[in-house]
Design a protein around this ligand. Sequence first.
Ligand SMILES: NC(=O)c1ccc[n+]([C@@H]2O[C@H](COP(=O)([O-])OP(=O)(O)OC[C@H]3O[C@@H](n4cnc5c(N)ncnc54)[C@H](OP(=O)(O)O)[C@@H]3O)[C@@H](O)[C@H]2O)c1
Length: 290
Amino acid sequence: MQDKPENKHSNAPVWVTGAGGLIGSYLVKTLSAKGIPVRGITHREIELTNCGQVMDAFVKDHPAAVIHCAAISSSVICQQNPGLARRVNVFTTRFLSDIASDIPFFLFSTDLVFDGKRGNYQPEDPVNPLSIYGETKAEAEQYILSNPRHTVIRTSLNGGISPRGNRGFNEEIRNAWKAGKELCFFSDEYRCPIAAKLTAEIVAELLEKQVAGIVHVAGGKRLSRYEIATLLAGIYTDVKPLMREGSLREYKGAPRAPDTSLDISQTEEILGHSIPGLGEWLQQNPNEPF
Ligand SMILES: NC(=O)c1ccc[n+]([C@@H]2O[C@H](COP(=O)([O-])OP(=O)(O)OC[C@H]3O[C@@H](n4cnc5c(N)ncnc54)[C@H](OP(=O)(O)O)[C@@H]3O)[C@@H](O)[C@H]2O)c1
């Protein structure tokens, strides 16, 4: 833990990039609710690959910290357009972390930096991404970690209600079911899904504690894709959950990581409380839109 940097500008906001996306939008709400000044930056407002535009806003705001959520977060788009993926996920991250070198900087990364051959990954385990998305995140992580006061947040599948209604894994599934599409879910591919609202609350706590280095922020229970879909089918009672159980063995396509479950015990120790699995969280928060 390190001391809070002195910021001569009182009320300097925490910058949240990607504020028009799923996790960024929850972070803006969470920090605001805690009374922390925050500036949510949407793509429409600032093009983050435009260094001049970013620098002008940074000099004007003198942010107290930066939480960098903006990214090309779709593996499919990264695979189709590796140049764009690198520009946004690597170069933008490097530039932002350079100008924020003396304040806390949190980069959102992914469980997909791992190849998923083993599962239950510790923060210090070696990475081996299988996709362009994972490669760009792994490269960005490495750069961030060269600054000892900066932080990498590795998370897993996040769900919730995104501003455009299509960014959460749950929204994709629900939208497909609404459209009458049948989906196949593998019972041998595992993730640690988490509500984006909970991710935001945890990251706000980590920011307050000024935690640096790699931190795993994921649901406390490893679930197969089929188990995740079964959970959603139980809460989306107004749509017909058209689903069938499948196996990675029948899958043909770009390489997939079978088990990217993340060990969160170090995070729970830092927080001083446990992190529920998605099913438990949904039970504890029945009125939270999801
Ligand atoms: N959600 C998950 O399940 C999950 C899992 C693991 C890791 N992560 C990571 O967590 C972070 C947040 O994820 P998320 O689900 O909130 O992603 P998201 O919903 O896709 O939001 C990302 C935001 O970044 C913006 N953006 C993209 N390129 C930009 C640019 N050049 N300049 C300014 N803004 C730009 C996007 O705006 P436009 O859409 O308008 O382009 C979008 O609003 C990402 O880094 C993601 O890789 C997410």
